[in-house]
Design a protein around this ligand. Structure first.
Ligand SMILES: *Cc1c(COP(=O)(O)O)cnc(C)c1O
Length: 431
């Protein structure tokens, strides 16, 4: 399948090239030139399909012929080697747990899929690919883990010193091999600016192949549509009006869910649940897209002022505001409301939600008040123990640490401290 740049000033390109480039030469995001819905039989028969079979059918059209079918089967099987359970709270609301992968956030799915695609493309390439990624917390760990040991690929992660949780820092600084963590004396925005500057720096790009592993990369974004189908498989015999509430930052997840709908998945509506970084909530109220600098909240993976995937959503609904509003609602919540929700979920349902999942729950609760016929699936995007400070403060009980967390806690951190773009450039040119 060919992909085009949403800025429309770069040539169309293949899946392989889109993955290796990350962003188009005109700085636009890539988008598939065509989306062909899956057959009715596929959805009728979904109960008989495994996760890997569902994923294979769903993504095949986007990645062939560059990833041969046999290889794709292996890639989806390896990517999806953990569970995606649903926990029903009541007849209107469920959680879809996306945190059973190695770094306990949904980003494992996209990162593992992308790592395997890039590994496939690098097999007989003469030059190594360097994945450069800025993280506010979860992306770094998922990418580091997904790419660990992949031949022909080097990963350089930039993270803001002192601004990620202890567990998140351990997950991205303790792996070694082909993974390097650069600890930036600055904020997440500084990290992201450095990465962007590197992509525009010919002195670097003439010497090395640089790509990104954020959700702008099609190989990280598209596989996120899989778990909407897994949720459908688990719930369609019980509820026939399925809605998803998605705690959102860069809007990669919402946008992937909408791709599942484009493929024919019968989803009635999407809810983008936001913290106080709420440009989309305000847009849907006013039709005015008014970007503001991000503010820090307890759901830090959603502290995004200008969501990069929103242009893809506009493309899906052909820039038609009323069509978008038919399919998407958005609500915004404060940290205080989020903590109250975490308590409520714990007291009423004995379920420990992380702050991001709690924002998703609040969005669902708002929506079903006026849509009592809907069943709303909230994405629980990370395990609560990744945010032990906040979760411990609100729940006030000992929460058992899962094996994935225990495994990194006592490992020794290894990072290289940098302060400026020049430090990054010097590192990349001299390693
Ligand atoms: C990245 C992340 C989000 C936001 O997802 P987007 O696809 O960027 O909207 C939400 N929750 C958690 C835990 C995350 O790590």
């Amino acid at each position: 399948m060919n992909f085009f740049s949403l800025n429309k000033e770069a040539p169309d390109t293949t899946f392989k090239d889109a993955v290796i480039r990350g962003l188009a030469p005109d700085r636009g995001l890539y988008f598939p030139e065509k989306i062909t819905p899956l057959s009715e039989d596929f959805f009728k028969n979904i109960d008989n399909l495994s996760h890997a079979e569902i994923a294979f059918e769903a993504i095949k059209q986007f990645v062939s012929p560059e990833i041969p079918e046999d290889e794709l089967k292996t890639i989806v099987e390896e990517t999806l080697s953990f569970d995606f359970p649903i926990v029903e709270l009541n007849k209107n609301i469920s959680f879809l747990e996306l945190f059973h992968g190695p770094t306990m956030a949904f980003k494992d799915v996209g990162a593992r899929f992308m790592a395997r695609c890039l590994g496939h493309f690098s097999k007989d390439a003469k030059q190594d690919v360097t994945v450069l990624v800025a993280t506010s917390g979860d992306t770094g760990g998922a990418v580091a883990n997904g790419f660990l040991g992949v031949e022909g690929v080097k990963v350089v992660i930039l993270y803001p010193s002192g601004k990620v949780s202890d567990i998140q820092e351990k997950q991205l600084t303790t792996l070694k091999k082909n993974i390097t963590a650069l600890e930036v004396n600055g904020t997440f925005d500084d990290c992201q600016d450095m990465v962007k500057q590197a992509f525009l720096d010919a002195e670097l790009t003439d010497h090395m192949k640089l790509t990104s592993a954020n959700s702008i990369n099609v190989a990280r974004w598209l596989p996120q549509l899989f778990y909407f189908m897994f949720a459908y498989k688990q719930l369609h015999n019980k509820y026939d009006n399925l809605v998803f509430s998605i705690p959102s930052g860069n809007f990669g997840n919402v946008c992937a869910g909408m791709m599942a709908q484009q493929l024919g998945l019968p989803i009635t509506h999407y809810i983008a649940s936001n913290n106080e970084n709420n440009v989309v909530t305000r847009y849907l109220e006013s039709e005015h897209y008014d970007v503001k600098p991000s503010i820090q909240t307890i759901s830090n993976a959603m502290d995004v002022g200008n969501p990069s995937n929103f242009v893809r959503i506009q493309e899906i609904y052909k820039n038609d505001f009323s069509l978008l509003k038919e399919n998407l609602s958005s609500y915004s919540f404060t940290d205080e409301e989020t903590k109250v929700a975490m308590k409520e979920i714990y007291n009423d349902y004995s379920y420990v939600a992380d702050p991001h999942g709690a924002v998703g729950y609040l969005g669902a609760k708002n929506y079903v008040e006026s849509h009592p016929e809907a069943h709303c699936v909230c994405l629980e995007t990370a395990h609560p123990t990744k945010f032990l400070d906040v979760v411990g403060e609100v729940i006030k009980e000992n929460i058992e640490l899962p094996a994935q967390i225990l495994a990194v806690m006592d490992k020794k951190k290894k990072s290289i401290k940098i302060s400026t773009y020049n430090d990054l450039k010097t590192y990349l040119l001299n390693r």
